[in-house]
Design a binder for this molecule. Sequence first.
Ligand SMILES: *[C@@H]1O[C@H](CO)[C@@H](O)[C@H](O)[C@H]1NC(C)=O
Ligand SMILES: *[C@@H]1O[C@H](CO)[C@@H](O)[C@H](O)[C@H]1NC(C)=O
Ligand SMILES: *[C@@H]1O[C@H](CO)[C@@H](O)[C@H](O)[C@H]1NC(C)=O
Ligand SMILES: *[C@@H]1O[C@H](CO)[C@@H](O)[C@H](O)[C@H]1NC(C)=O
Ligand SMILES: *[C@@H]1O[C@H](CO)[C@@H](O)[C@H](O)[C@H]1NC(C)=O
Ligand SMILES: *[C@@H]1O[C@H](CO)[C@@H](O)[C@H](O)[C@H]1NC(C)=O
Length: 391
Amino acid sequence: MTRSALLLLLGSNLVNTLQSAPINSHGETKISNLNLILKDVNAQNITEFTGFNVSLKLTTAEGYLIDQYNFRVDTTDNQGVYTYTSLRPETLSTTISIAWATNIPPPSFTTTTEFTGSTPTRGPTEEPTTTPKLPSDCDEISNRTSGVHIIYPDGKTPVSVYCEQKNSLTYTVIQSRGTVGNNISFDIPFANYSDWFGEAGIGNNFWIGLDNMNALSTNGKSYSLQIDLCCGSQLIAKQIYHNFKVDTKANQYTLTATVDIPGIGLDYASTGKDIGAPFSTYKDYKLPKGKPECDQFEYEDDDGNLSIGYGGWWFGSCGNNLNGFLYESIYGNCKVTRFATTKLLGINMRTSSGQGVGGYDVDLVSYDRVRMALFTFDSINVDRLDDTFCR
Ligand SMILES: *[C@@H]1O[C@H](CO)[C@@H](O)[C@H](O)[C@H]1NC(C)=O
Ligand SMILES: *[C@@H]1O[C@H](CO)[C@@H](O)[C@H](O)[C@H]1NC(C)=O
Ligand SMILES: *[C@@H]1O[C@H](CO)[C@@H](O)[C@H](O)[C@H]1NC(C)=O
Ligand SMILES: *[C@@H]1O[C@H](CO)[C@@H](O)[C@H](O)[C@H]1NC(C)=O
Ligand SMILES: *[C@@H]1O[C@H](CO)[C@@H](O)[C@H](O)[C@H]1NC(C)=O
Ligand SMILES: *[C@@H]1O[C@H](CO)[C@@H](O)[C@H](O)[C@H]1NC(C)=O
């Protein structure tokens, strides 16, 4: 199959539309009727969707240039959302979210038609199924009340998750840490991370399981991931990623996602990144070539005592581990400078792109409430300052 080059043309009135569109308090705007034209540059039929190019110019009403950039989105997803942040030195960055949907039908299951005798006849027509499809995520649950609900990520196996309705988004919470309700160990064998464990609920400790993450990744939807990090009742950061997927190629659970703000969180770059890394516990971790050590496992505290590993994560940068040891926060201070008897690093996630104290990849913190939640609609509806999860 030949790779068709596709060109994404933004409506020529884009700049005018931006000027007149309502802008919310975070400076975000939504263009709902933007004309996106998928054109096959070779004037052949489109056989394969491999992504699109975006060319954007932002000006003020007076015509002064605010920002201008071109980028390419390599994707074969039928639909999705891509957010691009243009970092501009010494001034505010500009962020755009592009939602796309192609008219290329998703790959369908091939049905075999049996021919009997010499007369070719059509096979038996399929009875319309009367069993309603089981909800695979919180979006598919008709009960729109926030709370614990049962979903069936693989279409048949139930799992209880916390569903949250917020600003016209429905969140499926796939991981959470906190001191409410339960305090369960995340320092468990690699094999135990494939299935769910813990207890769904706000501020509880919960993991939906790598197999369920993979099932959600292969249901044809495109999920965005929101990570909330709290210290005490304070929201430290809200990180957003798009096209979140956990692949199971080569018996590894590899993390895929596209980035909202480059260089931080899952995109924090050390010798590697968490995006693209396989899931492992510190016991199964294989140091990639050229990487001297993984700072999640060996870190010296202020007493000069070395830490040991805890839990499992996509240890690519070794700067993050939301499945780290849960330290109780003292007066809302989440700094962990002495491991005391635990010898453990806490729940940490890079919120800056520069290296941590002493050139190490980790931040010496342990957030006391964190959450990973999936949603399927435009992230323009995310209130990036909303801290209700932390309170
Ligand atoms: C899209 O962008 C890529 C790289 O940025 C470039 O190689 C390609 O020619 C562009 N395609 C079109 C149709 O403009
Ligand atoms: C494109 O598709 C149409 C309709 O399916 C077909 O008639 C036409 O021959 C195709 N063109 C090429 C270049 O494949
Ligand atoms: C809807 O979900 C909420 C939260 O889980 C629950 O309390 C309520 O009973 C449910 N309502 C119905 C009609 O099932
Ligand atoms: C891991 O899973 C096995 C099999 O389900 C179970 O017997 C064991 O208790 C689990 N271990 C931990 C530490 O959760
Ligand atoms: C959780 O339990 C461990 C021991 O099992 C304890 O050391 C730790 O302090 C507890 N954490 C919280 C937040 O209660
Ligand atoms: C930490 O290091 C100090 C000094 O080397 C030592 O006295 C202390 O026992 C160590 N603490 C732990 C918990 O290993």
